[in-house]
Design a protein around this ligand. Structure first.
Ligand SMILES: Nc1ncnc2c1ncn2[C@@H]1O[C@H](COP(=O)(O)OP(=O)(O)OP(=O)(O)O)[C@@H](O)[C@H]1O
Ligand SMILES: [Mg+2]
Length: 245
């Protein structure tokens, strides 16, 4: 796994710490708010690494998780999906918030988290009722919706499998924001249904032991790489040089 991690590994610099108020896109969505920044470039670079891996093996459904809460899964998923939508306007890109416990995709994009995956899996609506388009971009997204009682059970259901089958048919690339791996069963359940799993690792916060435990608890899910999030610029010197110019 070390070798594959290196192949898709990416260093994301810290992003400005002041999110804008409600109903606005979080400033950490740099792919939109600062497309020319070094951070946005790192998301594009992550996207193109995935593209190169797609030359070797088909990878339509990519899920993102991390060992612990708060490592940056949502910010990374949103930026990656937006980078994908910009890079390939002819492809149909979908971002799914499968963190039914603490879904943050809609809030990060300044959208309301009304109906979403939870309602779909409860059988209350169809895929077309929950897919929304983000502003003027080509990105389609499905928010998490209202937290159900037993999220793991809902995610392990036949409806979830049907949903993934439907979106595989309807979209070219699907990015799934998962809950953290260590505290809940959810990520392991869905990780196995993805073609590739990316592990987000918070730089200087997550221990190597936690990452190893997370990889183990994903129990053979197709982990294709890791993303080191919140790295200080000095740990990626090539960025520092460019930022000074
Ligand atoms: N590269 C970054 N630079 C600065 N702040 C960041 C960065 N990535 C994430 N953050 C901030 O860290 C916090 C956690 O990020 P995020 O919500 O993406 O994590 P998460 O892994 O999805 O969390 P959860 O486990 O709660 O779903 C947020 O306040 C986010 O804006
Ligand atoms: Mg999240």
């Amino acid at each position: 796994m070390d070798q594959t991690m290196e192949r898709a590994g990416n260093f994301l610099p810290r992003v400005d710490d002041n999110p804008t108020g409600g109903n606005a896109v979080d400033r950490r969505v740099v792919t939109l708010t600062a497309p020319a920044s070094a951070a946005a470039e790192q998301y594009r670079s992550l996207y193109y690494r995935l593209e190169r891996m797609r030359d070797l093996r088909p990878m339509k459904v990519v899920a993102l998780t991390s060992a612990m809460p708060g490592e940056g899964k949502t910010v990374t998923s949103v930026n990656l999906a937006l980078a994908a939508a910009r890079a390939n306007p002819e492809r149909r890109i979908l971002l799914v918030d499968a963190d039914l416990r603490r879904g943050g995709v809609a809030a990060t994009l300044g959208m309301r988290n009304k109906t979403g995956l939870a309602e779909l899996l409860a059988g209350d609506c169809e895929v077309r009722d929950v897919v929304r388009r983000f502003n003027s971009t080509r990105l389609a997204l499905i928010p998490a919706g209202v937290t159900p009682e037993d999220t793991a059970q809902v995610l392990a259901s036949g409806r979830m499998k049907q949903f993934l089958k439907a979106v595989r048919e309807g979209f070219d690339e699907v990015y799934i924001d998962l809950p953290p791996t260590l505290p809940f069963a959810d990520a392991a359940i869905l990780g196995h249904q993805a073609d590739g799993v990316l592990m987000v690792i918070r730089a200087n916060v997550t221990s190597g032991k936690a990452v190893h435990q997370a990889v183990e608890s994903l129990g053979g899910a197709p982990i294709v790489g890791c993303v080191l999030n919140g790295a200080e610029v000095h740990s990626a010197p090539y960025l520092k040089n460019y930022e000074k110019k």
